[in-house]
Design a protein. Structure first.
Ligand SMILES: Nc1nc2c(ncn2[C@@H]2O[C@H](COP(=O)(O)OP(=O)(O)OP(=O)(O)O)[C@@H](O)[C@H]2O)c(=O)[nH]1
Ligand SMILES: [Mg+2]
Length: 287
Protein backbone atom coordinates (compact mmCIF):
# COMPACT_ATOMS: atom_id res chain seq x y z
CA UNK A 1 0.00 0.00 0.00
CA UNK A 2 1.16 3.56 -0.66
CA UNK A 3 3.28 5.82 1.47
CA UNK A 4 1.28 6.32 4.66
CA UNK A 5 4.11 7.30 6.96
CA UNK A 6 4.12 11.07 6.40
CA UNK A 7 3.80 13.26 9.52
CA UNK A 8 1.53 15.65 7.60
CA UNK A 9 -2.20 14.97 7.97
CA UNK A 10 -3.50 12.78 5.16
CA UNK A 11 -6.37 15.06 4.30
CA UNK A 12 -6.59 18.73 3.43
CA UNK A 13 -9.26 20.92 4.95
CA UNK A 14 -10.70 21.74 1.55
CA UNK A 15 -10.77 19.57 -1.57
CA UNK A 16 -7.84 20.23 -3.95
CA UNK A 17 -10.11 19.70 -6.92
CA UNK A 18 -13.51 21.12 -6.59
CA UNK A 19 -15.31 21.27 -9.89
CA UNK A 20 -17.77 24.14 -9.73
CA UNK A 21 -20.57 21.62 -10.03
CA UNK A 22 -19.30 19.30 -7.30
CA UNK A 23 -21.95 20.15 -4.76
CA UNK A 24 -24.92 21.24 -6.75
CA UNK A 25 -24.63 18.92 -9.70
CA UNK A 26 -25.36 15.51 -8.42
CA UNK A 27 -24.81 12.21 -10.07
CA UNK A 28 -27.99 12.32 -12.11
CA UNK A 29 -27.16 15.61 -13.74
CA UNK A 30 -23.74 14.25 -14.79
CA UNK A 31 -25.61 11.32 -16.26
CA UNK A 32 -27.93 13.59 -18.18
CA UNK A 33 -24.92 15.51 -19.52
CA UNK A 34 -23.52 12.17 -20.71
CA UNK A 35 -26.84 11.29 -22.33
CA UNK A 36 -26.59 14.47 -24.39
CA UNK A 37 -23.17 13.61 -25.85
CA UNK A 38 -24.07 12.10 -29.18
CA UNK A 39 -21.17 12.04 -31.61
CA UNK A 40 -22.09 12.06 -35.29
CA UNK A 41 -20.04 8.90 -35.86
CA UNK A 42 -19.60 5.95 -33.52
CA UNK A 43 -16.63 6.88 -31.33
CA UNK A 44 -13.80 4.46 -30.58
CA UNK A 45 -12.19 4.84 -27.19
CA UNK A 46 -8.92 2.90 -26.92
CA UNK A 47 -7.39 1.97 -23.55
CA UNK A 48 -3.64 1.50 -23.18
CA UNK A 49 -1.30 1.22 -20.21
CA UNK A 50 0.98 -1.09 -18.24
CA UNK A 51 0.05 -4.66 -17.35
CA UNK A 52 -2.25 -4.86 -14.37
CA UNK A 53 -2.86 -1.10 -14.32
CA UNK A 54 -6.60 -1.68 -14.32
CA UNK A 55 -7.58 -1.09 -17.95
CA UNK A 56 -10.10 -3.93 -18.06
CA UNK A 57 -11.31 -3.05 -14.55
CA UNK A 58 -11.88 0.56 -15.61
CA UNK A 59 -13.91 -0.55 -18.63
CA UNK A 60 -15.97 -2.70 -16.25
CA UNK A 61 -16.35 0.29 -13.90
CA UNK A 62 -17.65 2.48 -16.73
CA UNK A 63 -20.13 -0.16 -17.85
CA UNK A 64 -21.12 -0.81 -14.22
CA UNK A 65 -21.90 2.86 -13.67
CA UNK A 66 -23.73 3.07 -17.00
CA UNK A 67 -25.84 -0.02 -16.32
CA UNK A 68 -26.36 0.79 -12.63
CA UNK A 69 -25.39 -2.72 -11.64
CA UNK A 70 -22.09 -4.53 -11.40
CA UNK A 71 -20.83 -5.95 -14.71
CA UNK A 72 -17.67 -7.83 -15.52
CA UNK A 73 -17.49 -7.86 -19.27
CA UNK A 74 -13.73 -7.51 -19.45
CA UNK A 75 -11.78 -10.32 -17.76
CA UNK A 76 -9.61 -9.11 -14.90
CA UNK A 77 -6.84 -11.15 -13.34
CA UNK A 78 -4.02 -10.93 -10.84
CA UNK A 79 -0.44 -11.74 -11.86
CA UNK A 80 2.53 -10.21 -13.62
CA UNK A 81 1.77 -11.39 -17.16
CA UNK A 82 -0.74 -9.59 -19.26
CA UNK A 83 -4.28 -10.80 -18.71
CA UNK A 84 -5.77 -9.19 -21.79
CA UNK A 85 -3.83 -10.45 -24.80
CA UNK A 86 -6.41 -9.94 -27.52
CA UNK A 87 -7.79 -6.76 -28.94
CA UNK A 88 -11.34 -6.67 -27.59
CA UNK A 89 -14.30 -4.43 -28.26
CA UNK A 90 -17.05 -3.80 -25.69
CA UNK A 91 -20.31 -2.07 -26.46
CA UNK A 92 -23.04 -0.83 -24.23
CA UNK A 93 -26.44 -0.34 -25.68
CA UNK A 94 -28.04 1.51 -22.83
CA UNK A 95 -26.32 4.69 -21.81
CA UNK A 96 -23.31 4.65 -24.09
CA UNK A 97 -24.69 3.39 -27.36
CA UNK A 98 -22.62 5.82 -29.45
CA UNK A 99 -19.31 4.58 -28.08
CA UNK A 100 -17.13 1.50 -28.39
CA UNK A 101 -14.57 0.53 -25.76
CA UNK A 102 -11.39 -1.10 -27.04
CA UNK A 103 -9.28 -2.98 -24.55
CA UNK A 104 -5.61 -3.65 -25.40
CA UNK A 105 -2.87 -5.82 -23.99
CA UNK A 106 -0.73 -4.26 -21.24
CA UNK A 107 2.58 -2.57 -22.02
CA UNK A 108 5.36 -4.39 -20.18
CA UNK A 109 8.40 -2.59 -19.00
CA UNK A 110 10.99 -5.02 -20.41
CA UNK A 111 12.29 -4.65 -23.96
CA UNK A 112 11.43 -8.28 -24.74
CA UNK A 113 7.94 -8.61 -23.35
CA UNK A 114 4.73 -6.70 -23.47
CA UNK A 115 3.28 -4.38 -25.96
CA UNK A 116 4.93 -3.24 -29.09
CA UNK A 117 4.60 0.53 -29.58
CA UNK A 118 4.06 -0.06 -33.29
CA UNK A 119 1.01 -2.17 -32.42
CA UNK A 120 -0.55 0.65 -30.38
CA UNK A 121 -0.08 3.08 -33.22
CA UNK A 122 -1.52 0.53 -35.67
CA UNK A 123 -4.52 0.13 -33.33
CA UNK A 124 -5.04 3.90 -33.11
CA UNK A 125 -4.88 4.28 -36.88
CA UNK A 126 -7.45 1.50 -37.31
CA UNK A 127 -5.19 -1.11 -38.92
CA UNK A 128 -5.89 -3.78 -36.28
CA UNK A 129 -9.10 -5.79 -36.39
CA UNK A 130 -10.86 -6.85 -33.21
CA UNK A 131 -9.76 -10.34 -32.16
CA UNK A 132 -6.09 -9.82 -33.00
CA UNK A 133 -3.79 -11.53 -30.52
CA UNK A 134 -0.90 -9.25 -29.61
CA UNK A 135 2.62 -10.60 -29.80
CA UNK A 136 5.06 -8.49 -27.81
CA UNK A 137 8.04 -9.59 -29.89
CA UNK A 138 6.66 -8.76 -33.33
CA UNK A 139 4.29 -6.04 -34.34
CA UNK A 140 1.30 -6.97 -36.48
CA UNK A 141 2.36 -7.82 -40.03
CA UNK A 142 0.60 -6.59 -43.13
CA UNK A 143 -0.09 -10.22 -44.10
CA UNK A 144 -1.93 -10.97 -40.87
CA UNK A 145 -5.61 -11.76 -41.33
CA UNK A 146 -6.36 -9.23 -38.58
CA UNK A 147 -4.50 -6.45 -40.43
CA UNK A 148 -6.70 -3.90 -42.17
CA UNK A 149 -4.83 -2.37 -45.06
CA UNK A 150 -7.02 0.69 -45.63
CA UNK A 151 -8.80 1.70 -42.44
CA UNK A 152 -11.80 3.99 -42.73
CA UNK A 153 -12.57 6.80 -40.34
CA UNK A 154 -14.88 4.53 -38.31
CA UNK A 155 -11.96 2.22 -37.52
CA UNK A 156 -9.70 4.91 -36.06
CA UNK A 157 -9.36 5.91 -32.38
CA UNK A 158 -11.22 9.07 -31.38
CA UNK A 159 -9.79 9.23 -27.87
CA UNK A 160 -6.95 7.34 -26.23
CA UNK A 161 -7.16 6.66 -22.52
CA UNK A 162 -3.94 5.88 -20.67
CA UNK A 163 -4.62 3.79 -17.60
CA UNK A 164 -1.95 3.87 -14.90
CA UNK A 165 -1.78 2.33 -11.43
CA UNK A 166 -1.99 5.32 -9.08
CA UNK A 167 -0.33 3.34 -6.34
CA UNK A 168 2.73 2.52 -8.50
CA UNK A 169 3.18 5.85 -10.26
CA UNK A 170 5.62 7.26 -7.69
CA UNK A 171 7.99 4.33 -8.17
CA UNK A 172 10.94 4.65 -10.50
CA UNK A 173 10.13 3.96 -14.15
CA UNK A 174 12.83 2.12 -16.11
CA UNK A 175 14.32 4.20 -18.93
CA UNK A 176 13.11 2.05 -21.77
CA UNK A 177 9.58 2.21 -20.40
CA UNK A 178 9.62 6.01 -20.37
CA UNK A 179 11.10 5.83 -23.87
CA UNK A 180 8.22 3.69 -25.08
CA UNK A 181 5.71 6.09 -23.56
CA UNK A 182 7.47 9.09 -25.11
CA UNK A 183 7.58 7.56 -28.59
CA UNK A 184 3.93 6.76 -28.34
CA UNK A 185 2.95 10.24 -27.16
CA UNK A 186 4.75 11.91 -30.06
CA UNK A 187 2.98 9.73 -32.56
CA UNK A 188 -0.40 10.26 -30.90
CA UNK A 189 0.11 14.01 -31.02
CA UNK A 190 0.86 13.77 -34.74
CA UNK A 191 -2.40 11.84 -35.19
CA UNK A 192 -4.38 14.54 -33.29
CA UNK A 193 -6.03 12.03 -31.00
CA UNK A 194 -7.16 13.52 -27.66
CA UNK A 195 -5.66 11.92 -24.54
CA UNK A 196 -7.03 11.29 -21.06
CA UNK A 197 -5.24 9.54 -18.21
CA UNK A 198 -6.95 7.44 -15.53
CA UNK A 199 -5.12 6.86 -12.26
CA UNK A 200 -6.59 3.67 -10.82
CA UNK A 201 -6.30 2.15 -7.35
CA UNK A 202 -6.75 5.42 -5.46
CA UNK A 203 -7.96 3.19 -2.61
CA UNK A 204 -4.53 1.55 -2.37
CA UNK A 205 -2.71 4.86 -2.66
CA UNK A 206 -4.31 6.59 0.30
CA UNK A 207 -5.73 4.91 3.38
CA UNK A 208 -8.28 7.68 3.88
CA UNK A 209 -9.63 7.00 0.39
CA UNK A 210 -9.64 3.29 1.20
CA UNK A 211 -11.81 4.04 4.23
CA UNK A 212 -14.09 6.43 2.40
CA UNK A 213 -13.90 7.12 -1.33
CA UNK A 214 -15.71 10.41 -0.75
CA UNK A 215 -12.44 12.08 0.30
CA UNK A 216 -10.70 11.40 -3.06
CA UNK A 217 -10.28 15.08 -3.89
CA UNK A 218 -9.02 15.98 -0.41
CA UNK A 219 -6.14 13.52 -0.41
CA UNK A 220 -2.58 14.87 -0.68
CA UNK A 221 -1.27 11.54 -1.86
CA UNK A 222 -3.82 11.41 -4.67
CA UNK A 223 -3.08 15.01 -5.65
CA UNK A 224 0.66 14.27 -5.77
CA UNK A 225 0.11 11.16 -7.87
CA UNK A 226 -1.86 13.27 -10.36
CA UNK A 227 1.06 15.73 -10.58
CA UNK A 228 3.59 12.90 -11.11
CA UNK A 229 1.43 11.34 -13.84
CA UNK A 230 1.14 14.73 -15.52
CA UNK A 231 4.95 15.10 -15.54
CA UNK A 232 5.66 11.59 -16.83
CA UNK A 233 3.00 11.52 -19.51
CA UNK A 234 3.02 15.21 -20.37
CA UNK A 235 -0.74 15.39 -20.01
CA UNK A 236 -2.40 18.36 -18.22
CA UNK A 237 -3.56 17.65 -14.67
CA UNK A 238 -7.12 18.54 -15.66
CA UNK A 239 -7.13 15.51 -17.99
CA UNK A 240 -5.97 13.14 -15.24
CA UNK A 241 -8.66 11.36 -13.26
CA UNK A 242 -8.06 9.38 -10.08
CA UNK A 243 -10.59 6.60 -9.54
CA UNK A 244 -11.20 3.54 -7.43
CA UNK A 245 -12.50 0.83 -9.72
CA UNK A 246 -15.51 -1.27 -8.92
CA UNK A 247 -13.28 -4.18 -7.97
CA UNK A 248 -13.34 -4.10 -4.24
CA UNK A 249 -16.89 -3.26 -3.55
CA UNK A 250 -20.31 -4.42 -4.63
CA UNK A 251 -21.88 -1.30 -3.17
CA UNK A 252 -22.79 1.10 -5.91
CA UNK A 253 -22.73 4.61 -4.50
CA UNK A 254 -22.17 8.12 -5.75
CA UNK A 255 -18.84 8.08 -3.86
CA UNK A 256 -17.40 5.70 -6.44
CA UNK A 257 -19.63 6.75 -9.31
CA UNK A 258 -18.79 10.46 -9.34
CA UNK A 259 -15.01 10.21 -9.98
CA UNK A 260 -15.72 7.56 -12.66
CA UNK A 261 -18.45 9.71 -14.23
CA UNK A 262 -16.21 12.81 -14.23
CA UNK A 263 -13.55 10.84 -16.12
CA UNK A 264 -16.14 9.40 -18.46
CA UNK A 265 -17.66 12.81 -19.24
CA UNK A 266 -14.28 14.16 -20.32
CA UNK A 267 -13.51 11.10 -22.46
CA UNK A 268 -16.87 11.37 -24.22
CA UNK A 269 -16.57 15.13 -24.79
CA UNK A 270 -13.06 14.76 -26.20
CA UNK A 271 -14.11 12.03 -28.62
CA UNK A 272 -17.22 14.00 -29.63
CA UNK A 273 -15.17 17.18 -30.26
CA UNK A 274 -12.63 15.27 -32.30
CA UNK A 275 -15.32 13.82 -34.54
CA UNK A 276 -16.96 17.24 -34.92
CA UNK A 277 -13.61 18.86 -35.84
CA UNK A 278 -12.70 16.08 -38.28
CA UNK A 279 -16.07 16.35 -40.01
CA UNK A 280 -15.73 20.13 -40.32
CA UNK A 281 -12.22 19.81 -41.69
CA UNK A 282 -13.28 17.23 -44.24
CA UNK A 283 -16.20 19.50 -45.29
CA UNK A 284 -13.90 22.47 -45.79
CA UNK A 285 -11.42 20.26 -47.72
CA UNK A 286 -14.12 19.30 -50.16
CA UNK A 287 -15.20 22.90 -50.85
N1 LIG B 1 -7.90 -2.16 -5.01
C1 LIG B 1 -8.03 -1.96 -6.33
N2 LIG B 1 -7.68 -2.94 -7.19
C2 LIG B 1 -7.82 -2.70 -8.52
C3 LIG B 1 -8.33 -1.47 -9.01
N3 LIG B 1 -8.33 -1.53 -10.37
C4 LIG B 1 -7.87 -2.75 -10.70
N4 LIG B 1 -7.55 -3.47 -9.58
C5 LIG B 1 -6.96 -4.83 -9.54
O1 LIG B 1 -5.76 -4.82 -10.32
C6 LIG B 1 -5.58 -6.06 -11.00
C7 LIG B 1 -5.36 -5.84 -12.49
O2 LIG B 1 -6.52 -5.29 -13.08
P1 LIG B 1 -6.86 -5.47 -14.64
O3 LIG B 1 -8.10 -4.67 -14.88
O4 LIG B 1 -6.83 -6.90 -15.05
O5 LIG B 1 -5.63 -4.72 -15.31
P2 LIG B 1 -5.29 -4.60 -16.86
O6 LIG B 1 -4.65 -3.27 -17.04
O7 LIG B 1 -6.48 -4.87 -17.70
O8 LIG B 1 -4.21 -5.75 -17.03
P3 LIG B 1 -3.71 -6.52 -18.37
O9 LIG B 1 -4.92 -6.91 -19.16
O10 LIG B 1 -3.00 -7.70 -17.82
O11 LIG B 1 -2.81 -5.60 -19.08
C8 LIG B 1 -6.84 -6.89 -10.68
O12 LIG B 1 -6.50 -7.77 -9.64
C9 LIG B 1 -7.84 -5.88 -10.21
O13 LIG B 1 -8.75 -6.43 -9.29
C10 LIG B 1 -8.68 -0.43 -8.06
O14 LIG B 1 -9.09 0.69 -8.38
N5 LIG B 1 -8.50 -0.75 -6.74
MG1 LIG C 1 -6.79 -6.25 -19.19
Amino acid sequence: MGNYSSSRPSLMEEPWRQPSHWYDRLENSIRSEIDDIKPKEKANIVFVGPIGAGKSSFINSILTVANRHKVEYAPVKKGSKSCTVKYVNYKDNIMLENFQWKDCMGIEQGEEDGFNTKDIIAVLKGHVKVGYEFNPRTPISKDDRFYRENPQYKHQAHCVVFVVDGNAIQQHMPRNFSKKIKEMQEEIRRLHIPRVLILTKADLLCKEVYKNNEVMFRSWLVKEAVKTASDIFNIPEASIHPVTNYERTYDMTWKYNIPILLALTQILHYADHKIEDDLQNSDSDSE
